[in-house]
Design a protein around this ligand. Structure first.
Ligand code: URA
Length: 262
């Protein structure tokens, strides 16, 4: 039904110029992206990003999986900063150990602390819609945070907490070796790019992230945090995030799904 309406609307533009059609296509994609109608659950583009999470036969995949498990165990025991005392669960991160795309947020919130899983609250639901809109499933990517434990009352991470926690993330990124990292929000972007520039200036273009001095740089796209988007749900902000994700998709050779809900 939705598709027919969209096709009709697109068809109506047949006589209009290409630029107008592209703008309409982008607008429709964005609308579906944020209403969830774009989500194609269970769709996995042929081997584009990550593999089946349970394949695990490939040696490199297995090695990354084991390293991520070891890191998660260390995080679970970590009490290097005060957050270890107040947490219910540590939230190491989750996803495909062989993912080509990693999303890095700020820190777990109450829902994540309760479940020990990243991005499972409202912001997580929006993130999942974004991932689905890109033609991917949550399990095709890896999702984690700068901090692995919840700051009380969801306050901002403190510099010493970041300093103590960051090596875990660096090791995770080294183990996974993604092609692209998406930083969700200013904290992730500032921490990993070592800059204080406003997120509005950083987003929208690729930067480079180095896991170690002699490593190949990883393409790094900062964008707005889904929680910020929820609070500032303007068409402009939604378009900006969608444009950022389209750049990521282009780099990974992904196309937005054309069909609606199945
Ligand atoms: N916000 C984050 O930055 N991370 C989460 O895991 C959840 C909400």
């Amino acid at each position: 039904m939705l598709l027919t309406a969209i096709e009709r609307r697109l068809g109506d533009t047949m006589n209009e110029d290409i630029g107008t059609k592209q703008a309409l296509q982008q607008h429709l994609e964005m609308e579906m992206f944020f209403t969830g109608d774009f989500a194609v659950k269970g769709h996995c583009p042929e081997g584009e990003v990550g593999g089946e999470a349970d394949e695990g036969s490939d040696g490199q995949d297995q090695e990354a999986r084991m390293e991520l498990e070891n890191i998660a165990k260390e995080i679970g025991k970590c009490c290097q900063c005060g957050l270890g005392e107040s947490r219910t669960n540590a939230v190491p991160g989750e996803g495909d150990p062989n993912a080509q795309l990693v999303f890095v947020g700020e820190a777990p919130g109450a829902d994540e602390d309760a479940q020990g899983r990243p991005f499972v609250g409202r912001a997580g639901q929006l993130l999942e819609k974004i991932i689905n809109a890109m033609g991917l499933r949550r399990e095709d990517v890896f999702i984690c945070n700068i901090l692995k434990c919840r700051p009380p009352g969801n306050r901002d991470p403190k510099p010493d907490e970041i300093t103590k926690c960051l090596p875990f993330l660096q090791r995770q990124l080294e183990a996974i070796g993604p092609e692209i990292i998406v930083a969700l929000g200013a904290h992730a972007a500032h921490t990993l790019l070592e800059t204080k520039k406003p997120i509005g200036q950083l987003r929208g273009r690729f930067h480079q992230y180095y896991t170690s001095n002699d490593a190949e740089p990883i393409k790094f796209m900062p964008t707005y945090h889904p929680a910020y988007l929820l609070r500032n749900y303007s068409p402009d902000n939604r378009r900006r995030v969608w444009e950022d994700m389209q750049k990521v998709m282009a780099e990974l050779g992904l196309e937005a799904p054309k069909s609606g809900k199945k």
